[in-house]
Ligand binder design. Structure first.
Ligand code: 4AD
Ligand code: MG
Length: 479
């Protein structure tokens, strides 16, 4: 499959109606008449506008009171004003309000709401422990202490609007290429990556386990008759589904019990994984990843331009969008990194995995263009990867490296030769996986893209914990 073929396919599918349904009267009543985003798109209108949101700034003057409100629908605030005599006493910064009035355009072209009435829905006790201050832009580390309230801030709400837009674009992308979405299981008895980084799952209720006890089964495994874990990757199940559905993907939570508090690791993160049957060239995996990343990024830029701009700043455009991503082999990458030995602290030896600083250095040497490193040493990659025909010490694998995060995606061709796979199979629990190679087997290839790391890249966010609404990491699972 080449890039142009992908484009043609997407064009055809794009012809399908993608229209929004009209809102039923009941739903219209249920939602406010306007969101702030609607209002800002709106011009003068004699209709009464009802808006709901939170007060972002408040200036009470003698004659008039001015306030800015936002309801999370837009990066911008809507200015509201009303005669001070009509201002409720308990109106303060941070309170939630309902405003009734008329939209109007100022001589400077700014849309504002001339309010007739304001109701305070929930007042905000700013002097009684409210953690945010109207005059301050709090740093992300500070906001992280208030996970339950941080969506009220401009910084975090921009990231989550982008997260939402990117999520929709991912589904749209795969749908446009006829990939079928598979809900791979969260609970599994397999360790896909073979790294032992799983969380064990068992019932909390000891009585349940006791009731379910089966002779010969360890007591703590009584529920499933086997050890069960939270999934580290949906790949193996996707491979099973690809043997029958050809093109499949999944986009869901993934869990890793790594003891890493780095700014790139979470214990729970979302992964976009795709698997394609009848693929025996790593280039066919690479083309989909590159196209996906560019498609989603373009979608985000068109629907969340203001958010991206406010997060990245005016002088920090995403300049890799129009460039082909770089492709180099592991050997070439190591060579390049070693030539720049003086620029990193942790030593690197040929055959070893790249450390974060090596990855970031490599991307820097590529002027920030995302870079695929392909053909990795077999020893440092999982059992399921296929060896290169021309060099048995290497596997047909890729890591996609990008600025800010280093690795954002990993993928490979899968070992589909029954005998070869049998030799490498880490556990008899995976006999079902081996069996795929016995009955109508096909070569497949696929990848996993870390969604939060991707968001770090496009939102210019240093710490991954700010890209997921409720981050979990070692020693932290509050809420
Ligand atoms: O490289 P990984 O471990 O690859 C797999 O899991 C394959 N089974 C995927 C596949 O081929 N279907 O993980 C894929 C990506 C990484 O490149 C990284 O972006 C992200 O998942 N990732 C994490 N993101 C946040 N926190 C962690 N602890 C992560 N571990 C991996
Ligand atoms: Mg990896």
């Amino acid at each position: 499959m080449v890039a142009s073929a992908l484009g043609a396919l997407r064009g055809l599918r794009g012809l399908r109606a993608w229209g929004a349904q009209p809102l039923s009267p009941c739903l219209r009543r249920c939602l406010a008449k306007y969101t702030v985003a609607d209002a800002l798109r709106h011009r003068d209108n004699t209709d009464t506008a009802i808006l709901r949101g939170w007060v972002k700034s408040l200036r009470i003057q003698k004659k008039y009171t001015f306030l800015d409100i936002n309801d999370g629908s837009s990066n911008e605030k809507l200015q509201v004003f009303l005669p001070t005599e009509k201002t409720p006493d308990n109106l303060s910064w941070g309170s939630s309000i309902e405003v009734t009035g008329h939209l109007s355009t100022t001589p400077r072209g700014q849309i504002e709401l001339i309010a007739d009435h304001i109701t305070v829905v929930g007042d905000c006790k700013v002097t009684d422990g409210y953690p945010f201050n109207s005059k301050q832009n709090h740093p992300p580390e500070y906001l992280r202490q208030y996970l339950h309230m941080r969506t009220r801030t401009k910084y975090i709400s921009s990231i989550f609007r982008i997260r939402d837009a990117a999520t929709r674009a991912v589904y749209q992308y795969f749908n446009s290429l006829d990939y079928i979405n598979i809900h791979t299981p969260i609970l599994t008895s397999n360790d896909c990556e073979g790294a032992g980084e799983m969380f064990r799952v068992e019932p909390e209720n000891a009585k349940t386990l006791l009731k379910m006890y089966t002779e010969g089964v360890p007591a703590e495994q009584a529920y499933f008759n086997t050890k069960a874990f939270l999934t580290v990757s949906g790949q193996l199940h996707l491979e099973a589904a690809a043997h029958g559905l050809s093109r499949v993907y999944t986009f869901g939570p993934t869990f890793r019990a790594e003891n890493s508090k780095s700014r790139m690791h979470l214990s729970e993160f979302y992964m976009i994984e795709a698997e394609t049957a009848f693929v025996s060239d790593l280039k066919d995996v690479i083309v989909v990843i590159e196209d996906l990343v560019k498609f989603v990024t373009n979608s985000v830029l068109s629907s969340c331009e203001g958010d991206v701009l406010s997060l990245r700043g005016e002088n920090n455009a995403i300049d890799w969008l129009d460039k082909p991503f770089i492709k180099i082999t592991y050997d070439e990458a190591v060579d390049l990194i070693l030539k720049n030995k003086h620029k990193f602290k942790i030593p690197l030896e040929i055959g070893q995995a790249l450390r974060k600083e090596h990855e970031l250095l490599l991307v820097e040497l590529m002027n920030g263009t995302p870079t695929f490193v392909i053909n990795w040493p077999k020893e440092i990659k999982p059992f399921y990867m296929r060896s290169l025909r021309e060099d048995d010490t290497k596997v047909a694998a890729l890591d996609l490296l990008a600025p800010i995060t280093g690795e954002i995606a990993g993928g490979s061709l899968r070992e589909n030769n029954y005998e070869n796979l049998k030799k490498k199979l880490p556990s008899p629990d995976l006999n079902w996986y081996l069996e795929l190679r016995k009955f109508g087997s096909t070569p497949t290839g696929g990848f996993g893209l870390g969604f939060e790391r991707y968001l770090q890249l496009i939102c210019n966010v240093t710490n991954i914990k700010d890209t997921i609404p409720f981050p979990r990491w070692p020693h932290n699972c509050s809420m």
